[in-house]
Design a protein around this ligand. Structure first.
Ligand SMILES: *Cc1c(COP(=O)(O)O)cnc(C)c1O
Length: 392
């Protein structure tokens, strides 16, 4: 990087060096000085590459966006301060009053809230439909429907959306298909290869992977949509901090290895859990007993995910005993961390639902969702076997 122009307050630029750093430099500067107004004009007009004010863009955001673009086979993606900021860029940056949007009925909790509370307040009407049931989605379409938002694998019941069918339907009707690829990641699924128009990520989860940074990413196939989302994110102040981008980039360097390891361990753990006497059922998308197995195999091309859900025999008491006995595993509402984490939908993500509504989704008190991390598979098998037997 060239030395910055010395100023009276900042007399010392970065020392010149003929060698280059192997790690991406962190650039926390909020402002960038230009030489004179003509140069600034040229920057704004895109004739010269340069930064002005970090809310408008900064080197660390661009570096991480380029890496994510490459992973999704895309160009021009936008990096924002969280996964929810990315979802908001799509729903609020692209839609307008009078539009209608269809969401999957088991979206991430805050995405659901945006659909149910905030979009209607802004004059955008919404419907929810089961994304594994094309006829249900077709029935929800109205003349003013502009966009369908789905996740590939649902949380926490790990149902697999019919992305191929949805892409066909959306294209036939001229509707945008936005896919939140957080659970499956580009390692297991590339939405653009299956007809999606927009891809969303909570980079916070598996991509960054260490539970120390919040970040989101969104990219559309159509560069005009990327421009609109970029402008919306800058205007509404969704720009992430350079340090968070820097940390996320560091996480991305080991992402493939982490995903492969966690995915293999998750498959192993699911099969192991199914052999334990205290377990009522195990949910893993590519297992034979999963109702969407055929679709999971076709869509994910033999890949899986790092998420496993299961149901213990017994109610809240068994759940408490299990969480207490699961030594060394964090009982925490996140996923994709290097360490295995447990979540209990009835007391956390789905606590706002009535017991009847939870039961309809199969989310009984004994239901846990596991985000498998990088521990030794053998150690995890032992911890789960001990905790299940302590609980049941
Ligand atoms: C966590 C999550 C989000 C939101 O991401 P944040 O980074 O927490 O804002 C959106 N979609 C899915 C599927 C998620 O798991």
């Amino acid at each position: 990087m060239k030395n910055s122009r010395p100023s009276i307050m900042r007399p010392h630029g970065i020392p010149d060096s003929v060698s280059t750093p192997v790690a991406t430099p962190l650039s926390p500067s909020v402002v960038y000085a230009s030489a004179h107004p003509d140069e600034l004009d040229a920057q704004y007009e895109g004739k010269l590459q340069g930064y002005t004010y970090s809310r408008e863009g900064h080197p660390n955001a661009d570096v991480v966006a380029k890496r994510l673009d490459a992973m999704e086979g895309a160009t021009g993606g936008v990096v924002v301060g969280s996964g929810m900021a990315a979802v908001s860029c799509v729903l609020m940056g692209l839609l307008q009053s009078g539009d209608h949007v269809i969401g999957a009925d088991q979206l991430y909790g805050r995405s659901l809230r945006l659909m149910k509370e905030d979009l209607p307040r802004l004059g955008i009407s919404t419907s929810l439909a089961n994304p594994s049931d094309i006829d249900a989605v077709r029935a929800a379409i109205r003349p003013e429907t502009k966009l369908v938002l789905v996740e590939v694998v649902s949380n926490p019941t790990l149902a697999v959306a019919d992305i191929t069918g949805l892409a066909q339907l959306c294209h036939e009707k001229g509707i945008l298909l936005a896919v939140d690829n957080t659970f499956t990641t580009p390692r297991a699924f590339k939405p653009f290869e299956h007809g999606a128009d927009i891809v969303i990520h909570s980079v916070t989860k598996l991509l960054a992977g260490h539970s120390d940074v919040m970040l989101g990413y969104v990219v559309a196939k159509d560069p005009a949509l990327n421009d609109r989302m970029r402008v919306f994110s800058v205007t509404t102040g969704m720009t992430p901090s350079p340090f968070d981008c820097w940390l996320a980039e560091r996480g991305l360097l080991s992402f493939d290895l982490r995903y492969d390891r966690a995915e293999a361990t998750a498959k192993d753990l699911a099969d192991h859990l199914a052999t334990l006497p205290g377990i009522k059922r195990v949910i893993y998308p590519t297992r034979e007993d999963h109702p969407d197995q055929a679709r999971a195999l076709a869509l994910l091309g033999g890949r899986g995910c790092n998420m496993v859900s299961f149901e213990l025999n017994g109610g809240r008491e068994a759940a408490n005993a299990f969480a207490r006995a699961a030594e060394g595993l964090n009982f925490a509402p996140t996923l994709g961390d290097v360490g295995t984490t447990l979540s209990h939908p009835a007391s956390s993500s789905h606590r706002a639902l009535s017991a009847d509504n939870r039961a309809a989704l199969g989310l009984h008190e004994g239901f846990f969702r596991v985000s498998v991390g990088l521990e030794e598979p053998e150690l995890l098998r032992r911890i789960f076997a001990d905790a299940v037997s302590a609980a049941t």
